[in-house]
Design a protein around this ligand. Structure first.
Ligand code: MN
Length: 472
C-alpha cells in the first residue's frame, strides 16, 4: 500500500446491554428464541402505540461517552428517519440526527495514534428478513433493540489501523459494560468507508462503503481488497464510483450492492412521541462514577508492573483484567498474569474457563506458595489448572496442592534425613566418592536421587545445598 493514500472512516453500531428494548418493555436478548416472540405492539408498530424511553439505555450511553473520551450532551433529542423496508413496519427509524447524546471524542490506539469521534447517537435497530427459496419472512425480535452509532472522523490510514481501532472500540465498550460485545451475534457491526487519493491531493477520492462487517479481521481484509480494487481503477484512469458494497468472507472480495450517487432524503423530523432528553449534571456524574475500569485505566494501573505485551494480550479478555484488578498492588500479580497469559489461554477450552475464574484470594495464595518455593513451577501450574475442575470447586490452593501431592519438602530436618539415606545408599557410593574427589557434575545425579526418595516433593535447591554441606 504505497502509491495512493488510503483514508478510512468507520461507523459502528453497538447493541446496548439493557434488559429491555429501547422503547418497549420486552426482553432485549432474543438469542436462541423463536422469531417474533420478543415483540410488543410498539415493535410491530400497531396504530396508536406509544414508545417509552428506557432509562437504562441513557445510562449506558453516558458510559459509552466516557469510554470514548467524549462530552455528554445535557440536551439531546430523537428524530424520525423515514425509509420503507419490510423489517421496519413503522416506515421510519427513531434515531438522533440534530442533537445526538454524545459529542466529539477520541479513541487512543496502542500504537500511539488516535482516532477522533465525530459524534455518537442513539437509535433503535430494525427487524431482520430471513430469505428462503421463493419467499422471505420478517422477524421483529431485533426491532427496537437499543443501539448507539459511533461515527469516526476519517483519521484512519491503513487496514491495520482500522483493525486496531475496531478492536479498541470493542474493548472500550465491553469494559464499560455498554454491550455484551458478542461479535458473532452482531452486537457490534462496522460500516467502513474507503477512499484513495494521491498523496497531497486536496480532496478525498470517491468512497465505497462496505456495510455490516462483524469482525476485526473482516474489516482489515475488506480494506485491503478495496485498496487493490480502487487503485487498479485509478491506475487505468477509470473513476471509482460512490457505492455500497458487500463483503464476502469466503471469497475475500467485496461486491457491488447499490449505487449511492445521490444522498437519500430521509425527511428527518423531531420525534413527537418522545420528549427531549434533559440530563442533570448530577445524573451524568452518577453514571460516570458507575462506569467500571476501562482499558486505559488498566494500562495506567499496570504499566509499571506487567510487560506491555502481556498486558495487551490480557486486555482482550475483560474477565481476566477484572480479576487482575482485584489483585492490584499485590506483590505476586506478575506471576498470576503469566498463568493467565501462558497457561490458561493456552488451554483448548480457555474460552469456557473464563467463566470459572478462581477467587482472587486463591490466586494470591497460590502465587505466594510458588514464591516461597513450596511448589515447583510445574506443581503450581497443575494446581492453577485444577482451580477450573468442577470437582475442585471452592477448594483453596493449599488444599488442592495437598490432594495433588505436589507440595515441596522444605522442612530441612526431613530433607536432611532423606539426604542421609541417599549418601549411605550403596547404589550411590560411587557418585559420593566421585563428588568427594572433585567431580561436581555428579551432584545432579545425587539431587535426582533425593527427589526420587522424596517422591518429587523435595525442593531441589534446598536438597542440593544440604548435599554440598554434607559432602564437603
Ligand atoms: Mn444507524
Amino acid at each position: 500500500m504505497t502509491k495512493y493514500e488510503i483514508t478510512v472512516g468507520i461507523e459502528c453500531h453497538v447493541q446496548l446491554a439493557t434488559k429491555t428494548k429501547l422503547f418497549s418493555e420486552v426482553d432485549n436478548d432474543a438469542r436462541g428464541k423463536d422469531p417474533n416472540t420478543c415483540v410488543s405492539p410498539v415493535d410491530y408498530a400497531l396504530p396508536g402505540m406509544l414508545p417509552r424511553l428506557n432509562e437504562q439505555a441513557i445510562r449506558l450511553a453516558i458510559r459509552a461517552g466516557r469510554a470514548m473520551n467524549a462530552e455528554i450532551n445535557p440536551y439531546s433529542r430523537f428524530d424520525r428517519k423515514h425509509y420503507y423496508y419490510p423489517d421496519l413496519p413503522k416506515g421510519y427509524q427513531i434515531s438522533q440526527f440534530y442533537h445526538p447524546i454524545i459529542g466529539a471524542g477520541h479513541i487512543d490506539l496502542p500504537d500511539g495514534t488516535s482516532v477522533r469521534i465525530e459524534h455518537a447517537h442513539m437509535e433503535e435497530d430494525a427487524g431482520k428478513l430471513n430469505h428462503y427459496d421463493t419467499y422471505s419472512l420478517v422477524d421483529l425480535n431485533r426491532a427496537g433493540t437499543p443501539l448507539i452509532e459511533i461515527v469516526s472522523m476519517p483519521d484512519i490510514h491503513s487496514a491495520r489501523q482500522a483493525h486496531d481501532y475496531c478492536k479498541e472500540l470493542w474493548r472500550a465498550m465491553t469494559y464499560a459494560g455498554v454491550t455484551i460485545g458478542d461479535l458473532y451475534n452482531g452486537n457490534m457491526r462496522f460500516d467502513v468507508n474507503i477512499s484513495l487519493a494521491l498523496p497531497g491531493a486536496k480532496e478525498l477520492g470517491k468512497r465505497a462503503e462496505i456495510k455490516n462487517l462483524n469482525s476485526f479481521r473482516s474489516v482489515e481484509r475488506a480494506i485491503e481488497y478495496e485498496y487493490e480494487r480502487q487503485s487498479k481503477l485509478l491506475d487505468k484512469g477509470e473513476p471509482v464510483r460512490q457505492e455500497t458494497r458487500g463483503w464476502n468472507d469466503a471469497t475475500g472480495k467485496t461486491t457491488f450492492q447499490r449505487s449511492k450517487e445521490e444522498a437519500q432524503d430521509y425527511r428527518y423530523m423531531p420525534e413527537p412521541d418522545i420528549p427531549p432528553i434533559r440530563l442533570s449534571q448530577e445524573f451524568i456524574d452518577e453514571e460516570l462514577k458507575n462506569t467500571p475500569l476501562l482499558p486505559k485505566d488498566y494500562r495506567g494501573k499496570f504499566a509499571d508492573v506487567l510487560p506491555v505485551d502481556t498486558l495487551e494480550v490480557l486486555l482482550d479478555y475483560p474477565e481476566l483484567m477484572r480479576k487482575l484488578g482485584e489483585l492490584a498492588g499485590k506483590d505476586n500479580i506478575k506471576r498470576v498474569a503469566n498463568w493467565f497469559a501462558s497457561v490458561l489461554l493456552a488451554e483448548e477450552k480457555s474460552y469456557e474457563m473464563l467463566s470459572f475464574l478462581p477467587k482472587a484470594d486463591y490466586l494470591e495464595e497460590l502465587a505466594e506458595m510458588a514464591e516461597k518455593q513450596e511448589l515447583s513451577s510445574t506443581g503450581a501450574k497443575e494446581v492453577f489448572l485444577k482451580f477450573f475442575d468442577p470437582q475442585m470447586k471452592g477448594k483453596d490452593a493449599h488444599t488442592i496442592a495437598k490432594e495433588l501431592n505436589v507440595l515441596q519438602e522444605n522442612d530441612t530436618g526431613a530433607l536432611e534425613a532423606i539426604v542421609g539415606q541417599v549418601i549411605s545408599d550403596p547404589a550411590c557410593a560411587q557418585a559420593v566418592a566421585d563428588y568427594k574427589a572433585g567431580s561436581e557434575k555428579v551432584l545432579g545425579f545425587l539431587v535426582g536421587q533425593v527427589m526420587k526418595a522424596s517422591r518429587g516433593k523435595a525442593n531441589p535447591g534446598t536438597a542440593s545445598q544440604i548435599l554440598k554441606n554434607k559432602l564437603t
